[in-house]
Every structure is written in structure tokens, then in C-alpha cells.
Ligand binder design. Structure first.
Ligand SMILES: [Zn+2]
Length: 144
């Protein structure tokens, strides 16, 4: 087995481990208890009251799902929280640009999302939730 095959296999196994993990359920529980942000999963300041809440940095952001696939470059598209497709699509030459977009779109705030993103990149397809400003949202063809 060569290095590339090993990394692919390892990523497949990591993806399966994440799929059966209790972590997302634990996040959901903490979100409903108002202990962590319902968007980026970072801790919210006390006192905590039940209900979904967003942190100060996520409050005015648009939650947009970026999906991507490696096919003669990295092709990516975007969907809103209501699963509506946004008009703009991109194709990047390298995963470095894809990573930069995810970072600028505040998709890599939480370790769980960062780890999942890296696994997806290794496997050549996947998606990540971005938290976009009005300006970034409009740049993707989103209407405010
Ligand atoms: Zn947040």
C-alpha cells in the first residue's frame, strides 16, 4: 500500500468513526441548553438559559453550506440554510484555495468542523457550513 492509498483508507475510517460518534448528539444537547453557539459550537457566556442561541460573532452571519468535489480541480457550490442553491459556483486549482475560502468563511472555527473538513478534502468530496457576512453572502449571489 502506498502513502496515498493509506491516507485515503485512513480518512474513510475516520469518516465512519465520526458518523457513529456521539459527539453531534452531545453538541445538539448543549445547543438546546443554550450552553454553546447553535452555529459555530463555541461556548456561550453564562448565565445559560435553554433554547438555541448564537454567539456575538455568529449573530449577524448567514449560515451557508459549501459542498465540494475534486474533478479536474476543486468544484464548489453553495446552499442556504433553507437548502436553496446560491447562483455562484467556483472551481479552484488546488485545495489550498478551498481551505482559504473555508477559513475566510468562518467554517473552521470549531475543531470538529476543521477535522471533518480535512477528512473530506482527503477523500476528494464533502461539505462544510460557513458563516458569511452580508457582503460575502451577496458575492455568492445571495439576496438579502
Ligand atoms: Zn457562534
Amino acid at each position: 500500500m502506498n502513502e496515498e492509498q493509506y491516507r485515503y483508507l485512513f480518512s474513510k475510517m475516520s469518516q465512519s468513526a465520526r458518523a457513529i460518534s456521539n459527539e453531534p448528539i452531545a453538541f445538539g444537547r448543549k445547543m438546546r441548553a443554550g450552553r454553546i453557539c447553535s452555529s459555530c459550537k463555541l461556548p456561550l457566556p453564562a448565565p445559560h438559559t435553554p433554547g438555541l442561541k448564537r454567539c456575538a460573532s455568529c449573530e449577524d452571519k448567514h449560515l451557508v453550506f459549501m459542498y465540494f468535489r475534486q474533478r479536474s480541480g476543486w468544484h464548489c457550490g453553495f446552499r442556504t440554510e433553507e437548502r436553496k442553491k446560491l447562483p455562484r459556483e467556483f472551481t479552484f486549482k488546488s485545495s489550498t484555495t478551498l481551505r482559504e475560502l473555508a477559513r475566510r468563511g468562518k467554517g473552521l472555527v470549531h475543531a470538529w468542523d476543521r477535522e471533518g473538513f480535512e477528512i473530506d478534502v482527503e477523500l476528494g468530496k464533502g461539505g462544510i457550513w460557513l458563516r458569511l457576512s452580508d457582503e460575502q453572502y451577496r458575492a455568492l449571489g445571495g439576496v438579502l
